[in-house]
Design a protein around this ligand. Structure first.
Ligand SMILES: [Zn+2]
Ligand SMILES: [Zn+2]
Length: 179
């Protein structure tokens, strides 16, 4: 397969990254934190980086938390609190990414494929709801049309109904006038 953007021969799993302006084999995603694409060449290193970052931040979190609890009157107390909270947030983010990539590995998907599948599912749901809405609208218009024609026929018959009712009233009034 030839990429239309960079005119190079690539496999079906490759994708052209617009930010890096090159094709990436087994494209996973473009990491904005590392400002590079994650693919066949560096996916293992990316996972290793996540694991190392998670481990380092856990160590930092534990030490910062222990020092914060022990030295609450220390001049560095504010710095320790910021370190504890900061490393805690990084641990949350990194562990979320690690779990996501473990799950994707089990499913045999790349991040790009997973995101694309999600978008397709969302657009399918959206188009189905739009179709349903259009069906409901056309049904409502049909019902209105039936109601209007029914109303129209009633109006047309109105002239024949009035004399009929009048004649009924006349026939009802007749015996009274006889007596
Ligand atoms: Zn390309
Ligand atoms: Zn890229």
């Amino acid at each position: 397969m030839v990429c239309s953007a960079c005119d190079t021969y690539v496999s079906l799993t490759a994708k052209h990254c617009a930010r890096c302006d090159r094709c990436v084999e087994n494209f996973d995603h473009h990491c904005k934190w590392l400002n590079t694409c994650i693919g066949k060449c560096n996916y293992t290193w990316f996972c290793a980086l996540l694991a190392v970052t998670g481990a380092c931040q856990t160590v930092q979190f534990v030490f910062a938390l222990r020092l914060t609890i022990r030295d609450d009157r220390n001049a560095q107390f504010g710095v320790l609190v910021v370190q504890t909270v900061g490393s805690g947030l990084v641990i949350l983010g990194v562990s979320h990414l690690i779990l996501l990539h473990c799950w994707l590995k089990c499913k045999g998907l790349t991040t790009f494929e997973w995101i694309r599948a999600r978008r397709e599912r969302k657009s399918q749901v959206k188009s189905a709801s739009i179709r349903r809405e259009a069906e409901l609208k056309s049904q409502a218009l049909k019902d209105k049309g039936t109601f209007d024609s029914f109303e129209q026929s009633l109006k047309l018959n109105d002239t024949s109904i009035v004399p009929l009712t009048q004649s009924l009233e006349l026939t009802r009034e007749k015996p009274a006038s006889d007596s």
